[in-house]
Write a protein that binds this ligand. Structure first.
Ligand code: 4AD
Ligand code: MG
Length: 466
């Protein structure tokens, strides 16, 4: 007899009824009936749901003792797909042979049938993908990554690979990880007693990048529409549920584009990611809606259909000051908004995503276009309920004199940024872009509240396990 190799996802579909198939995967549970049958729930990652395999007693033999087919073990099954009489599943498999590939000692296998807390599962990052929650996160992370490329490719953007190692601090916040090959126990010193980085690998101080923006801007001023999508690193010692030291960022950069158009791109982009997931990961989203956040689908549908509120920073400060709400941090024009303020605006006041724009120049990086008022810059942040800031972007300063003024104001080494200023020196154009934190987007789409649970192997202060 010939058997067709099939995924669990395919075997669960009614179309497969009547087929002789081979399934391979990991056992979620096994239960034995008095009548001599065993019921094995099998999963191979291809779908949220398992397929049920019915194993008659005769198949248990010296080679494969059904008692050793325990949670976590890996098996291969040959059998016939039949219509299931049970509720909530279209098919089941009548096993004709079963092969135990790898055992999992029930005395030590840590994923037992009872649900585990997300905190506990973080200590099992190497096994947690075998749970419903982390399998679903992985599938959605994959779908979103694919949609990101689809969206930009379909809109005429080129994918650009920007460097991971850099000498410039794009965000100017000094939260960079040093990259060095010097002997840290005995580094070369210069005349003033400081470490001599001219003797280092790159003959200067270098870091892991916090953003690919400055590099991708150069490609924008030649290819018109570009994006970068890669890992970025921040040494911020903030142990919050929304910050990771290593995260993935998507940064489109668009030539001949002003801030309003940039906002439209951001809105359209977010909607696309959400609608693709709702369509293609429905089973996983249903799972999150049931077990993680019962308002999830409603929230996502709301974002698809209602326009984002647009509000200047100055108007936001006014609303916050008049709200009568007690915040931990006081709101004053000129200070950065804290996440409690952002969340008040999107969760309580507007109950909708909000795009804040025109921030004070003193709290934003040097590259943002200065407004006519001289006090604010063409920055924008997209805020969403429960997550807060999900996108940060701006129209870039394309006037050389104003850019140089801002660089001086922020005490940047003009020579080090000469190549960046060259874009304004030769054929400058208005251009804009933004950065979406992939993990923040995933938190919003799944309802998962901690960034550590949407990254396969999170890196956070004090934690670089696995
Ligand atoms: O607002 P940020 O710092 O903007 C930039 O880096 C710009 N260069 C982007 C651009 O205009 N091309 O970061 C962008 C986004 C944030 O809105 C947030 O979603 C995410 O990156 N982000 C983080 N995500 C996880 N952990 C962190 N520590 C993050 N820091 C920023
Ligand atoms: Mg930001």
């Amino acid at each position: 007899m010939t058997y067709e190799k099939m995924t669990v996802a395919a075997a669960r579909k009614a179309e497969s009824i009547g087929k002789q198939i081979i399934l391979q995967g990991w056992v979620r549970t096994r239960r034995d009936s008095k009548a001599g049958f065993s019921f094995v729930e099998l999963n191979d990652g291809s779908s949220q749901g398992n397929v049920q395999i019915i194993v008659p007693k005769e198949l248990s033999n010296d080679e494969t003792d059904i008692k050793a087919v325990t949670a976590g073990s890996s098996i291969a099954v040959k059998g016939l797909v039949k219509e299931s009489p049970g509720q909530g599943q279209a098919t089941e498999i009548e096993a004709q042979s079963i092969e135990l590939i790898g055992t999992a000692d029930p005395a030590t296998y840590p994923l037992q049938k009872k649900g585990h807390s997300l905190e506990f599962l973080r200590s099992l990052a190497h096994l947690r993908v075998r749970t419903n929650t982390f399998g679903a996160v992985a599938r959605i992370r994959n779908r979103v990554s694919f949609s990101i490329h689809q969206f930009f490719q379909e809109n005429g953007f080129y994918y650009v690979h920007t460097p991971i190692i850099t000498a410039s601090d794009c965000e100017g916040a000094g939260q960079m990880f040093h990259v060095t090959s010097l002997d840290l126990n005995n580094p070369p010193k210069n005349d003033t007693g400081k470490v001599d980085f001219s003797k280092d690998f790159f003959a200067k101080s270098s870091y892991l990048t916090v953003s690919g923006q400055l590099n991708v801007e150069t490609y924008c001023c030649g290819l018109s529409r570009v994006y970068t999508f890669g890992p970025t690193f921040r040494a911020e010692n903030s142990n919050t549920s929304r910050h990771a030291a290593e995260f993935w960022m998507i940064e489109p950069e668009i030539a001949f584009c002003v801030l309003e158009e940039n906002m439209e791109w951001a809105e359209k982009f977010l909607r696309r990611l959400i609608s693709d997931v709702l369509r293609d990961c429905a089973e996983d989203i249903d799972f999150f809606n049931k077990h993680i956040d019962t308002t999830l689908i409603e929230t996502l549908n709301h974002v698809l259909t209602s326009p984002f509120v647009r509000l200047s920073y100055t108007e936001a400060v006014d609303i916050l000051q008049k709200s009568g709400k007690k915040f931990d941090y006081k709101v004053d024009w000129g200070t950065d908004l804290q996440s409690e303020h952002e969340r008040f605006l999107t969760e309580e006041h507007f109950k909708s995503p909000v795009i804040l724009y025109d921030y004070p120049r003193t709290i934003k990086p040097f590259y943002m276009r200065v407004n006519e008022d001289g006090k604010t810059v063409r920055a924008m942040d997209v805020l969403v309920p429960k997550v807060g800031e999900i996108i940060g972007g701006s129209e870039r300063e394309y006037r050389l004199d104003l850019l140089e003024e801002r660089m001086q104001e922020q005490e940047l080494d003009m020579e080090a940024y000469r190549w960046y200023a060259d874009l304004r020196r030769y054929g400058t154009v208005p251009h804009s872009g933004f950065g979406l934190g992939l993990e923040r987007a995933l938190m919003f789409i799944t309802g998962i509240a901690n960034i550590r649970d949407v990254l396969p192997f999170p890196r956070t202060p004090g934690n670089c396990e696995f």
